[in-house]
Design a protein around this ligand. Structure first.
Ligand code: GLC
Length: 449
């Protein structure tokens, strides 16, 4: 039986109303004032919330996202559907009008969680959604291939990011050192708009922004040419969050391709996945005791674990001894804060409980971590994270993120992915949503069967 808006309990109804309020007709803005366009992974995750009460609208969300795919396969991180002067950096700074299809977009991508979302939309009712999914599979296939061609041209099996924004975790302490080598002299003056809307202590610092803008300039100056970027971009870093999400996406793409009889796509995805599964091991650091960021320009590991480190469990099989060690470390983190999961190691000197990705808790990352934990049998820990997420929203409403110490909300209000995750998680509680065959280590031969 289909759930309609009227079937939702008051709490879920409020979450649904936020999605409806942020709907701009076929795409959803993350937050009305702070982020007034379509963002890549926000949009995908928002589709999960819509799927609970309006499946058609959920499909539209991912269809509009993938409609902005570039000719080279990249799906951009922002799609500027409308002119909106209140956002910086806008289309002029990105300079992609000649490359992007109408409308203009940013010049970078974001974590490709879309395949995982589409697999879930499809699983809700395979017969009803088969045709829509089938149209999107070739786009996902081309986007995933772009990651390997453009962001791993040397075949290491780990994809790099060329900008902190590409990771979706803008000011993670992991970027501090790699960014410190970048010359910001040519950036000039500009007016940030985000700090007109949100407290400065909740946002990246001005010095970070100078570096972000230097990298936007680098991309614009080379016309976002992927060869120039991989060869010369001063920021070239591989991090566990992006790589884990891509591995999960390949697994979910394979599952869909097999289900829909698209054997060629299944085969290609399987061969990419084999490369990524092997390469991921390069991100393990014995010194830190987990998966960490690797600065590929300097061959240097970051010194702290982040919430992206736990996404290794979401990516696929982690052998029991290592998964157990990860669960122990994560449990220890949770003893250091009131509500988890902090986005950065709460024991590290660079932890900052309210400044964006340097400590705060994000609902959609929690959902991915909890999913991975369940798939590795860590159900108690997963339940703690689910309950923490619910309590934070109860205390501070559908904010962009939350302080792990006080529970205070930070950043934007009426935030789409927080509402979406809350609604989806409550409606598809642990256990019955997890259908992907992710737990067996795969070889191309196994996956293609
Ligand atoms: C910030 C976040 C990013 C998100 C965007 C829109 O840049 O770091 O992950 O996609 O806002 O919500």
């Amino acid at each position: 039986m289909t759930t309609t808006l009227n079937d939702l309990n008051p709490k879920n109804r409020r979450a649904a109303d936020i999605l409806i309020a942020n709907d701009r007709g076929g795409y959803t803005v993350p937050s009305a004032k702070l982020y007034p366009f379509q963002w890549n992974w926000d949009s995908a995750l928002v589709a999960l919330g819509f799927s609970i009460f309006d499946p058609d609208r959920a499909w539209q969300e991912v269809e509009s996202l993938l409609s902005a795919q570039w000719d080279n396969g990249m799906v951009p991180h922002i799609i500027f559907w409308k002119v909106e002067k209140s956002y910086f950096p806008g289309p002029d700074q990105w300079g992609t009008a000649d490359i992007a299809h109408n409308p203009p977009t940013s010049g970078i991508t974001q974590p490709p969680v879309a395949a995982t979302v589409i697999q879930r939309l499809l699983a809700e009712d395979v017969d009803a959604h088969r045709d829509r999914a089938a149209k999107l599979l070739p786009k996902l296939d081309r986007w995933h291939q772009w990651f390997l061609d453009a962001r791993d041209p040397d075949g290491l099996g780990i994809v790099a990011i060329m900008h902190p924004w590409e990771s979706g975790r803008d000011n993670l302490p992991d970027w501090d050192r790699p960014l410190s080598f970048i010359d910001t002299a040519g950036v000039g003056t500009y007016h940030r708009r985000d700090t007109d809307i949100v407290n400065e202590d909740e946002r990246p610092k001005n010095n970070d922004y100078d570096h972000y803008m230097a990298l936007v300039k680098f991309g614009r100056d080379c016309n976002w040419d992927t060869k120039t970027i991989s060869r010369d971009c001063p920021f070239w870093v591989a991090e566990p969050g992006m790589n884990a999400i891509l591995r999960r996406a390949e697994r979910d793409l394979i599952a869909m391709a097999k289900l829909l009889g698209k054997d060629d796509i299944a085969r290609r995805a399987a061969s990419r996945l084999a490369r990524l599964d092997t390469g991921f091991e390069k991100l393990w650091s014995d010194d830190v005791g987990g998966y960490v960021t690797l600065d590929l320009r300097r061959d240097e590991y970051a010194t702290g674990l982040t919430s992206g480190s736990w996404l290794a469990l979401f990516a696929g099989h982690v052998e029991p001894k290592r998964a157990g060690k990860m669960a122990t470390t994560l449990s220890h983190w949770l003893t250091q804060v009131n509500r988890g999961v902090p986005s950065f190691d709460p024991n590290h000197e660079l932890f900052d409980s309210i400044r964006y990705w340097r400590g705060p808790v994000w609902a959609m990352v929690n959902w991915m971590i909890a999913t991975g934990l369940i798939e590795h049998g860590e159900t108690d820990l997963a339940e703690r994270i689910r309950a923490d997420t619910e309590a934070l929203i109860e205390q501070s409403d559908y904010r962009e993120y939350f302080c792990p110490v006080t529970g205070r909300g930070g950043g934007g209000s009426g935030f789409s992915w927080t509402a979406s995750m809350s609604l989806y998680w409550a409606s598809r509680p642990t256990g019955d949503v997890i259908s992907s065959p992710v737990l067996t280590p795969t070889t191309p031969e196994q996956e293609a069967k």
